[in-house]
Design a protein around this ligand. Structure first.
Ligand SMILES: [Zn+2]
Length: 274
């Protein structure tokens, strides 16, 4: 009797696990009032990295065979500059700079890993600023540095760039100097059509981020480049944890409605180098 009970429990557990993993696509489509059969093209882009947890994102992308784009902040991989800054802050306590140096090297490796996996690597400038409000000399210097520091990683011709907050892009009529300075450094700007709003802490619970994306796709009846974050712009090493942890859970539901495409499906004017 006891044995049967254990068997029943095990069987129940397997059923429950199986059900938890399976996604009811009909229910997803009904909930977001999506077209019955259409799959919309979607490209995943991740800003503000590289971070330690970018590796988790890379793992999911590899497992799911999804091509993505990473727009990275150059000062996170400018190890000589970070070391110089650290030494200036700590004076003779050189020991204090060993770990930051090691972490910076780790971020470089992670970025190389993303490049080797075939993802597009673009620049998200040197720092995370609203460049329409920045003094023009500093803006130009940051774009130049972004190009120089990210040179080993940028893998398109011309190199790609995404402005932080879209500032200088959305308001390009009023502030044409930002795009002009990008062009002067040879960059092509890449915007986004959909946002996961994963930077907003109010969205970092339950399936709100997944809901944001599905709502936009199904309401507009169109896909595009969607903005996610693997990093946090004011933290060097720690990523956008809610996104990096839960991305794997969102993919099956997204697949009910979208087909994952490379960036080249949406953006032209560049070629990707291997
Ligand atoms: Zn950003």
């Amino acid at each position: 009797m006891k044995f049967k009970l254990v068997l029943a429990l095990i069987a129940g557990l397997f059923t429950w696990t199986g059900m938890a993993q399976a996604v009811d696509c009909a229910a997803v489509r009904a909930r977001f009032q999506c077209d019955a059969a259409t799959h919309y093209p979607l490209h995943l882009s991740f800003d503000d990295g590289p971070a330690l947890q970018t590796t988790e994102v890379l793992q999911v992308l590899k497992q799911e065979k999804i091509p993505a784009t990473f727009f990275v902040i150059a000062n996170k991989v400018d190890c000589p500059a970070l070391e110089k800054q650290c030494k200036a802050e700590h004076g003779s306590k050189i020991q204090a700079c060993l770990q930051p140096k090691q972490e910076c090297e780790q971020r470089r490796q992670i970025l190389l890993q993303a490049k080797r996996a075939g993802h597009v690597i673009g620049s998200h400038s040197y720092e995370h600023l609203r460049y329409s409000e920045v003094e023009q000399g500093l803006m130009r210097e940051h774009f130049r540095l972004a190009r120089q520091v990210l040179d080993p990683y940028l893998n398109t011709t011309p190199p790609l760039f995404r402005l932080s907050y879209g500032d200088g892009w959305f308001n390009r009529q009023q502030h044409p100097q930002v795009l002009a300075a990008l062009k002067a450094n040879g960059f092509q700007h890449i915007a986004w059509q959909l946002s996961a709003f994963d930077w907003d802490e109010n969205n970092q619970q339950g399936d709100k981020i997944l809901t944001n994306v599905l709502e936009q796709v199904c309401k507009r009846r169109q896909g595009g480049v969607v903005l996610f974050h693997d990093g946090v712009h004011d933290q060097l090493h720690t990523g956008r944890l809610f996104t990096t942890t839960h991305l794997k859970d969102w993919i099956p539901s997204l697949r009910c409605v979208v087909d994952f495409k490379p960036l080249s499906f949406f953006e032209t004017g560049y070629t990707q180098r291997r």
